[in-house]
Write a protein that binds this ligand. Structure first.
Ligand SMILES: NC(=O)c1ccc[n+]([C@@H]2O[C@H](COP(=O)([O-])OP(=O)(O)OC[C@H]3O[C@@H](n4cnc5c(N)ncnc54)[C@H](OP(=O)(O)O)[C@@H]3O)[C@@H](O)[C@H]2O)c1
Length: 335
């Protein structure tokens, strides 16, 4: 595997990050990825050279971090880049925010569950409009000085809030964001274009979440008729059991982009998932390391196959262009 430097952090990471949101996640009593499957996925990812793992304090009510921690205990911690997040609280029903109290408590909880002394990256999971960002950055800066966090990142936020955070860090000499984690995939670009422009300008690494639109861009969902939201979902797929799937990932734009992704996949003898992931890795303006959410080792292996294909400029452009109709209007998304 050819490792990449993650923006300006100096960290050497695999070009694909393993997301662990579904570890321990329950739907009506059924666990999506249980402890054994989680450990199999982590084993497979590491065996193929993956070293970059994304989790959060609240994934699976803490089980994601716990299971990664158990697994990491038999590995060399220094070989892995572990990113976690704070905002939602695991310890207090009053403190869902980026207050000093909550950030500290949540980072301590993450370190405990992961069985590690430090996080490589701490993302602010959401922006907190009630806590001045300089207060949060001061807290994170202290955590960096204490050796509990190495780098700070920001996930979903408006472009101006990302910019404000960078500015406040700069004038106060606090540790600044070096990594970002927006929702970003081939059918969801204009919506985050300004955020991505800030990342390009400020040399921030971009780690897109839901790079396959929750599985939609794998091509396993089929459209029924002309309606946007009537689809045939394979049994046991996210689209079948997760009510949020239609709201977040299915759109008119998505269907048109999927058509283009499928055509390119055919040309390359690859799969749509591989093409959609490669399209992200090849972003020209910033380091882009997609966070994939495979649920089985077969899915993981298919997705890692993105590292073995190359898209021509024409193929990249055709996927870009598919977001617009013949009159140049952008097809709509919901998210
Ligand atoms: N910062 C944030 O707010 C935020 C939000 C969301 C996610 N994340 C991070 O991003 C990671 C990835 O998000 P995501 O899970 O939505 O990513 P995704 O890669 O867009 O979707 C993953 C889902 O697609 C399906 N899939 C993946 N590869 C497949 C393949 N080759 N063939 C068929 N189906 C396939 C699987 O679902 P089924 O098998 O169930 O159909 C899998 O769970 C998360 O784990 C988390 O770490 C962060």
């Amino acid at each position: 595997m050819n490792y990449r430097t993650l923006g300006t952090t100096g960290l050497q990471v695999s070009p694909i990050c393993l997301g662990t949101w579904r570890f321990g996640k329950e739907h009506e009593g059924l666990v999506e990825t249980d402890r054994q499957d989680a450990h199999e996925l982590l084993d497979a990812f590491a065996d193929r050279g993956g070293n970059f793992i994304d989790t959060a304090n609240g994934y699976g009510d803490g089980d994601s971090e716990r299971w990664i921690g158990e697994w990491l205990a038999d590995r060399d911690r220094e070989d892995f880049v572990i990113a976690s997040k704070c905002y939602w609280s695991q310890v207090s029903r009053f403190q869902e925010n980026l207050s000093r109290k909550n950030v500290r408590a949540e980072v301590e909880g993450s370190l405990d569950r992961l069985g590690t002394d430090y996080l490589d990256i701490l993302y602010l999971h959401r922006f907190d409009d009630d806590t001045p960002i300089e207060r949060t950055l001061r807290t994170v800066d202290d955590l960096v000085s204490e050796g509990k966090v190495n780098y700070v990142g920001l996930s979903t936020a408006d472009a101006w809030k990302l910019t404000k955070g960078l500015w406040k860090a700069d004038i106060n000499n606090y540790e600044a964001f070096t990594v970002t984690q927006p929702l970003f995939h081939a059918a969801y670009y204009e919506d985050v274009a300004e955020y991505l422009a800030v990342c390009a300008d400020q040399d921030l690494a971009v780690c897109p979440y839901s790079p396959l639109a929750g599985g939609f861009l794998t091509g396993k969902y089929e459209r029924i008729g002309d309606g946007t939201y009537d689809l045939d979902a394979p049994e046991d797929s996210r689209g079948e059991f997760d009510d949020l799937f239609l709201d977040f990932y299915v759109s008119e734009r998505g269907w048109h982009v999927l058509d283009a992704v499928r055509r390119v996949a055919q040309e390359l003898d690859a799969t749509p998932a591989q093409v959609a992931i490669r399209w992200l890795i090849d972003q020209p303006d910033f380091t882009c390391v997609p966070i994939i959410g495979a649920r089985t080792v077969d899915q993981l292996d298919e997705n890692l196959g993105a590292l073995d294909i190359a898209l021509s400029d024409d193929q990249l452009d055709r996927i870009m262009d598919a977001r617009y109709d013949e009159d140049g209007s952008l097809y709509q998304t919901n998210a």
